[in-house]
Design a binder for this molecule. Structure first.
Ligand code: HSE
Length: 285
């Protein structure tokens, strides 16, 4: 038996829709794999009651099929499904790494990214690499059709998960099909600032680059109280705030030592909307 821990991730970071992602130090899924005649899946932990154990419907079943690696797969969920923290991607990433090792398939970490993304497609209806890439490779990743660029980065983050359910399918439906040239120019500028900030471990530059006026405002309508929570986090010292992945988690970048105050401010602001929330004081891992 082999055990793999795969971290939660935050995709998009505002200006990098479907491209940027970061691995988070916490929370994480733990997946155990052992060789078997046919694939069977057992799920425990956060939100496990909502996760199918049928290999045809679970992210890890598709990964086992793609690697031709039948196994008994135990998934201990530390990451709630539909949280915007790459829950299904983490399980798929862990299964890809574990089964690759268990069966000696010899794929590199980068080559495992599109394999794990096949699992992701089972739940989102579309294959995205922006969550599986950082979960497998760590740090900050830029995932495009041409491959993954990875940067080790160290930025303190606060992830605030409200008790709201936003499905990835719904969150993708509201993304505008068109954008103006002004918005594209602004987004490219912010994406460049964010990438430079990751190289320099500079929370101010990363935070400044987390803004976009195309995707995030459309999705904010699906999260009760988003504007107020964003404002409260910025007032408490966050250098930038955006929606994590498809939501509903709201993620803030900040300086060392500011996480507790920012987390409390976000929880209090959600409470004003009668929304319970939990906070992860975390960092890029
Ligand atoms: N980039 C994706 C999205 C992440 O925001 O829809 C979720 O798979």
């Amino acid at each position: 038996m082999l055990t793999v821990r795969a971290p939660a991730t935050s995709a998009n970071l505002g200006s990098g829709f479907d491209v940027f992602g970061v691995a988070l130090e916490r929370p994480a899924d733990v997946v155990r794999v052992s060789k078997a005649e046919r694939t069977t899946i057992e799920v425990t932990g956060a939100g496990s009651e909502y996760i199918p154990e049928d290999p045809e419907k679970n992210t890890v079943g598709a990964v086992a099929k793609a690697l031709d690696a039948p196994a008994h797969i135990e998934i201990d969920k530390g990451i709630r499904p539909a949280s915007g923290l790459g829950s299904s991607a983490a399980s798929a990433a862990a299964a890809a790494v574990g089964l690759n090792e268990l069966y000696g398939r010899g794929h590199s970490r980068e080559a495992l990214v599109p394999i794990a993304a096949k699992g992701e497609a089972v739940v989102s209806g579309d294959a995205h690499d922006d969550n599986v890439a950082p979960s497998i490779m760590g740090g900050f990743t830029i995932a495009t059709d041409d491959g993954v660029t990875q940067v080790d980065a160290d930025i303190p983050l606060v992830a605030c998960l409200p008790d709201i359910v936003v499905s990835t399918r719904d969150a993708r439906r509201v993304v505008p099909e068109r954008a103006g040239v002004d918005q594209l120019v602004e987004t490219v500028g912010n994406a460049a600032r964010l990438t430079t900030g990751m190289h320099r471990d500079d929370p101010d530059l990363v935070g400044a680059g987390m803004y976009d006026s195309i995707v995030t405002p459309a999705r904010a309508k699906l999260i009760d109280g988003y504007a107020g929570v964003r404002e409260a986090a910025l007032e408490a010292g966050a250098t930038g705030v955006t929606i994590s992945g498809a939501g509903p988690t709201v993620i803030a970048a900040c300086h060392e030592g500011d996480q507790r105050a920012i987390g409390s401010a976000m929880i209090e602001r959600f409470a004003e909307e009668d929304v319970e929330a939990q906070v992860y004081q975390t960092r890029i891992g």
